[in-house]
Write a protein that binds this ligand. Sequence first.
Ligand SMILES: Cc1ncc(COP(=O)(O)O)c(C=O)c1O
Length: 432
Amino acid sequence: MPTPPRFFTSRTEIAGILVAELARQFGTPTFVYDAAVILERIGDLAAFDQVRYAQKACSNLAILDLVRRHGVLVDAVSAAEIRRAIAAGYSAQGDPPPIVYTADVFDAESLELCVEQDIHVNCGSADMIDQLGSRAPGREITLRINPGFGHGHSRKTNTGGRRSKHGIWRQQIAECVERAERCRLEITGAHMHIGSGTDLEHLSRVCGAMEKAAAKLGPGLKSISAGGGLPVVYRPGEDYVDLDAYYALWNATRKRLEEKFGHAVRLEIEPGRYLVAESGYLVTEIRAIKRQADNTFYLVDAGFNNLARPVLYGAYHPMSIVPEDGDMRRPEQEVIVGGPLCESGDIFTQKKGGFVTTRLLPEAKVGELLVIECAGAYGSVMGSNYNSKPLAAEVLIQDGQVHLIRRRQTFEDLVRGEIIPGQSTRTEHQDQ
Ligand SMILES: Cc1ncc(COP(=O)(O)O)c(C=O)c1O
């Protein structure tokens, strides 16, 4: 189990590279990922038969390529995520399936792609069984089960229970088995992803529910998946889950199923956040400092268009200042950190419910850099063009080498595809 990190409010480097140099070379805001952290996290999960990366956490092709080269398979939740996996070098087919499409619905494109490329499907609704069965009988499928309860670091990330739209309701399993038989699909796997931020007490309930569900699915079962949800440490005082105990619970479940079925059952885990959250840093520049009443604001050039977790969940991210003069012992003050968007919720220091809070950070001046840390998961992937802001650049540092893995969007990228009625599709700025 990893040791919780110590957080510092000043820093000069990321993965041995000067932050000031990264900002000079790539501009701000820029996401910077430390490959070594991702590889360490993959290593932590070596006990599982298979780690399958939930790429929704950070789906840059370079990150997918990195995890692929280290034995990690991939989960996809849309047609474009399937295409990303293929573009990053994953084969469409294999045993275990290199790419699994997990969703509660097929849109037209994802169904077509799964049929055409023979992508393994993890069905989260009974309708998906019929839709795939009518197009591609004979395939193996997995069922994502909703065991009737959930868990999550926020109500918005709870993915089980009566009011969750995810997965096949536990009492519908028998009906799904019949549907699969009717359309000649073979159910070979069971999957549960109950929510982010799993703890062990809760996990034992999940394992019990998996055992019951798997028993209903029968001996055709070749794999079970523990889903994602492994927490990471975002702030002092938090801890990682005990991975040995986590594995032991799942392994015991798997062993009991193996005994029951008389054959081996593969145990997969499907983390997103755990693999990439701590590898990522959002490097921003302080563009204004406001003092009003007794509040001090550091206004940076990144907003919730770059990192939406605070506005969505009231999520806490560690932050640090990059002091230009190298003074790591500046006096600290309580500040509110916000972005440039024309939106009052564009605040990085906020709690659940949108309550603005403060953070103790070193005194700083306009033009200095501020780093928002633990930003690798659900950061750049949730980026938007709100206020016509371009998507940030992304940079990967590996073995001391700095690689640009996504260039910052340009204005042309931003308006590509927009059409003014009555004008030719080439707009004036494109002709320049
Ligand atoms: C099906 C599934 N698997 C895995 C994950 C990854 O979750 P986490 O990033 O918390 O590990 C998610 C997240 O929403 C998910 O929906």
